[in-house]
Design a protein around this ligand. Structure first.
Ligand SMILES: NC(=O)c1ccc[n+]([C@@H]2O[C@H](COP(=O)([O-])OP(=O)(O)OC[C@H]3O[C@@H](n4cnc5c(N)ncnc54)[C@H](OP(=O)(O)O)[C@@H]3O)[C@@H](O)[C@H]2O)c1
Length: 303
């Protein structure tokens, strides 16, 4: 019999890559979603509202793993109302999964919970491993509440792993396609001071980290899910221009980033904050990166 794996919020950017990978590895894949879609790839979607218990809990009974990716995108203006939805969509989904696991007869063996390196706040050029303290900006507080809900969940038969995810580079989602479009239009200059660090990771390496978290039975706790070589914004944009065969472009000062982000319905702090994180625990666990260098990652994604 196939092992069953359940993805909450598995219909998005990271979820798409993960459901493909686990289907190929012969798992029986389920997605918990607020909106069931037609699909022809064998992945099954089950309705939930991300908050309350319902019939969906049956799919967790006897599952090998549950992976929770659910949450409102942070790519929106960080108004008080949006921040409230960003946090509640995350905390509510964690609480719902915890309550479901408590109710089912055979709980999943492992629960992998998404978090973000935003946990550390704006760390300037300080290198953060998993022991670095929680920051104090809005996203750091949100990550604290998100992780706290997961940490207090009483699921003694289920191994628990948190992945603090960095800036994920993929073709079909996240911020890279937007940055690539701007760069192709000769708007690929650095932003703000350009000294802020970006803790990037290629999507292919991230999905292998999730696979490791599910399949390596002695793995538990909190892990930075980032590549081994964070770069400054200046270096990132230089490499992106190189990958897209574009010349030097003028830097965008902070006030233009603020105007541009507002026009694009986004949040300027996402481009201005500095996060310099290392995947210390994954490296200690012997994780091998397919794309340790930014140049190789960007060439792969633009090939
Ligand atoms: N992408 C990155 O670079 C990155 C970096 C750090 C952390 N992360 C974290 O990793 C997780 C997955 O990221 P992603 O890029 O795949 O995100 P995504 O594409 O936005 O997918 C997230 C999924 O969450 C569900 N969702 C959205 N709003 C929700 C709400 N209000 N209540 C319940 N569910 C909701 C949606 O599923 P349905 O519409 O089907 O319900 C959506 O497909 C997120 O929690 C994100 O914060 C991502």
């Amino acid at each position: 019999m196939k092992s069953r794996i359940v993805f909450a919020g598995g219909s998005g950017f990271i979820g798409n890559a993960l459901t493909k990978l686990f289907s190929l590895r012969d798992y029986e894949v389920f997605i918990l979603t607020r909106k069931i879609r037609e699909r022809g790839d064998g992945v099954r979607e089950i309705g939930w509202d991300g908050k309350h218990l319902g019939e969906w809990i049956q799919v967790l009974d006897g599952a090998e793993a549950v992976i929770n990716l659910a949450g409102k995108s942070i790519n929106c203006p960080h108004t008080p109302a949006n921040l409230q939805q960003i946090v509640s969509s995350r905390v509510d989904s964690v609480n719902a999964i915890a309550a479901a696991i408590e109710q089912v007869k055979t709980p999943p063996h492992v629960w992998v919970q998404a978090s973000a390196v935003g946990f550390y706040g704006d760390t300037k050029d300080k290198l953060c491993d998993e022991a670095a303290p929680n920051g104090n900006d809005s996203l750091a507080k949100i990550c604290r509440e998100w992780e706290a809900a997961f940490t207090v969940a009483k699921v003694p038969k289920t191994r628990k792993v948190i992945l603090r995810i960095g800036f994920v580079l993929g073709r079909d989602g996240g911020a890279l396609p937007v940055l690539s479009r701007l760069t192709k239009l000769f708007l690929g200059g650095s932003v703000g001071t350009g000294r802020q660090f970006i803790s990037w990771i290629h999507l292919a390496d991230l999905v292998q980290m999730f696979l490791t978290a599910v399949e390596k039975e002695n793995l538990s706790g909190t892990f930075n899910a980032v590549g081994p070589k964070p770069v400054t914004n200046v270096e990132f944009m230089r490499e992106l221009r190189h990958a897209l065969h574009r010349p030097w472009s003028p830097p965008a000062p902070e006030f233009t980033v603020k105007i541009g982000a507002r026009l694009m319905g986004s949040e300027p702090s996402l481009a201005l904050v500095s996060q310099r994180c290392e995947p210390k625990f994954f490296l200690q666990a012997g994780f091998r990166f397919q794309f340790p260098q930014l140049r190789g990652a960007l060439e792969n994604l633009n090939s």
